[in-house]
Design a protein around this ligand. Sequence first.
Ligand SMILES: [Zn+2]
Ligand SMILES: [Zn+2]
Length: 389
Amino acid sequence: MKIDTLLLFLVLNTSGLIAQNNNLNRSEPNLPDIPGYKTILADFHLHTVFSDGKVWPTVRVDEAWEHGYKAIAITDHIEDHQYRKYIAFEGNLNASNKIAQREGERQDIIVIAGTEITRAMPPGHLNAIFVKDVDKIATHRVKSFFNKNPEATLVSIIDSIDHHHKDYMESLLEARNQSAFIFWNHPMLFTPEGEKLELPDVHKDLIKKGLIQGIEVADLGHYHPEAFQWCLDYNLTLLGNTDLHDPYHIDDATNPLERRNATLVFTADITEQGIKEALENQRTAVWVNDMVIGKQSFLEPLVRASIAFDKPHFIDENRTRYIKITNNSDFKFHIDSDMIEEKTFLDFLTLNPNSSQILKIPENEAALKMTILNFQVAPEKPLTLFIKL
Ligand SMILES: [Zn+2]
Ligand SMILES: [Zn+2]
């Protein structure tokens, strides 16, 4: 085909085939499913210009598409309307959810309606997702504050609301009434660096009442081992979200060298209802940088589904078997094992995403004991498993 004919073909062809999102390429994640459940990437904490974020709600859907996420929740603060002067959404706190949900339908991304209930500590910030009507979750106190101070920001409302006033209970009970899933956001945000936070009594009480069902164990690149331990102690759902305010690529806390952290959801079916059921039954793990954090019951099948061992292709004069190990996933594995000979100059072997290596294993070993250093089943406790050879 001559160049001008090709150009003509391309010009004519655009009229018939139009990309939905300006040819934005999705990097399709390679995540193995585990027995009985599909594995998906989700981010349940995102802001837009309808609170203190800097993007229109549809941008969150574009980002989810681009990064290979299957589900997101829009969680604008009820108590922060930075741009209300410029965006007429008075009396409708559901606007950002509705705009993003419409775009989600176009791009086949599940957009969950949510909101962030925002107070000083305790209880700090709490997200309610799968909500039906955010207007009803705003307390009378907050509504009347905004009516009197139409240009109020988050800071002014935090300053003006008595920290010890329990009006947030009104929001939480209404969210519960709407059968929302409620979790505690960025638990360490208000704790000075280096200081240890004990689980506050207020939170223990909310957990007991079912008004906290999960905790963000990671938020935008930061992992909180204390929060992981609380989730294990109280059987809460682990969440790893971003809390993006800026566009992803310019967000302050985004390190372009690291991947966007995610909540891995193990869901029976990829629907909003399926995801809700998974969250309510603690079927999640957290992916932050190279680390995966979660219960052994999910991490072990995830690793088994990711790694394949070939039969030995060579046995040398010392009876050492040469076996190809393949990582069929986007996870990275830092593997420690006494049984693997000549690992590297490091103490452990790094198996990169979607790659293979050859292991040398003595013939007398029937099973390979492996510790995956970057897969943690409790704080400082890496996953150990046995692979039958
Ligand atoms: Zn927050
Ligand atoms: Zn937030």
